[in-house]
Design a protein around this ligand. Structure first.
Ligand SMILES: CC(C)(COP(=O)(O)OP(=O)(O)OC[C@H]1O[C@@H](n2cnc3c(N)ncnc32)[C@H](O)[C@@H]1OP(=O)(O)O)[C@@H](O)C(=O)NCCC(=O)NCCS
Length: 297
């Protein structure tokens, strides 16, 4: 396999401390995916475990990037010491020169040297990663009749850009219980916080009684979608609906609802992207499940 053509480019890694290089990544991701990650600076900053790998021009334009970060998660009740890969992109004029292959190899070598037992990523191009031993995990959401709300009404909207609310969300994230035993992140605060800014339909509410942040949406009248729960103890779905003061007929959870006192039918989740895993060769999901989109990266 031929080496990448890196003529006129400079390799850098671990560059988030340099504001100009961070701005170059913000620009690359905005130009490539139309996603603005700059609000992260006001939301506690990027994940401190991030390790970006990039090729830049002499003028400081980031033309190719791939980043790794620590993303421990629970799989079938076991804590997996995993890395996540994100922000993979090459600017169009520099595509087809092997730059992404070069960055993928460098990033995976770094993950191996760090001792991560698995690497996970989301992609709409699974073929890019199959040669490196990544395989797709089938994802499922849960859908069924909404339970009868049980408990007192009492919630308020959380605004992550408000300093007090940000502090509250960060402290809940720091001691959160994984939302499911089957598949869930254990922390990933930076992902949660930036995802509050990326989907305008997701509302974030605080249930005082349960000290729980609830990410949820209501795509149609009577149709409640629970996206994530951040709390030291996960309240039941009946208590969440009561706290939010919502009357729903259909409920849906974007994770396995094994802690919610409510379980219904698993339905294949057809997202735009696939979740892929490298490592953990003999392990599959014990039950249908998905990672909450609030952990999406
Ligand atoms: C996909 C992308 C990163 C490839 O970058 P690139 O520098 O042109 O890729 P390379 O030249 O290093 O090629 C790497 C390999 O990917 C393959 N490849 C390139 N584009 C591909 C695509 N769209 N789908 C599947 N495979 C692709 C190449 O054939 C090559 O395979 P090989 O290693 O077996 O020879 C780039 O086209 C891009 O930024 N696209 C938009 C953003 C995106 O999709 N990012 C990945 C998100 S997970």
């Amino acid at each position: 396999m031929s080496a990448a053509d890196t003529t006129g480019l400079n390799f850098r890694q671990d560059y988030f401390g340099d504001p100009a290089a961070w701005a170059a990544l913000v620009s690359l991701l905005d130009d490539t995916f139309g996603i603005d990650i700059d609000p992260l600076r006001a939301l506690g900053g990027p994940d401190p475990t991030s390790m970006p790998f990039g090729w830049l021009t002499d003028e400081g334009v980031l033309v190719a990037n791939l980043s790794a970060f620590a993303m421990p998660f629970i799989l079938n009740g076991r804590l997996i010491n995993a890395a996540g890969l994100q922000s993979g992109a090459v600017r169009p004029p520099w595509r087809g020169r092997g730059l992404y292959r070069d960055l993928t190899r460098k990033t995976l070598a770094w993950c191996e040297a760090q001792g991560f037992e698995a690497v996970i990523l989301y992609t709409d191009k699974p073929a890019l990663y199959e040669n490196y031993g990544f395989r797709s995990l089938p994802l499922s959401k849960y859908v069924g009749a909404a339970p009868v709300a049980i408990g007192a009404v009492g919630s308020r909207i959380l605004q992550p850009r408000d300093a007090n609310d940000l502090f509250l969300i960060q402290s809940l994230l720091a001691k959160r219980k994984p939302v499911s035993e089957t598949l869930a992140v254990t922390g990933s605060p930076a992902m949660f916080l930036i995802n509050t800014q990326l989907d305008p339909d997701v509302r974030l509410s605080y249930l005082e009684e349960h000290k729980a942040a609830i990410a949820w949406k209501m795509p149609a009248v009577g149709h409640f979608v629970l996206v994530d729960v951040v709390a030291a103890e996960i309240p039941s779905l009946a208590a969440i609906l009561a706290g939010l003061g919502i009357e729903a007929t259909i409920a849906e959870t974007l994770f396995r609802p094994d802690r919610l006192g409510w379980s219904n039918e698993a339905v294949p989740y057809e997202g735009r992207t696939r979740l892929m895993v490298r490592g953990l060769e003999d392990i599959g999901l014990d039950h249908p499940a998905m990672l909450s989109p609030m952990a999406d990266f």
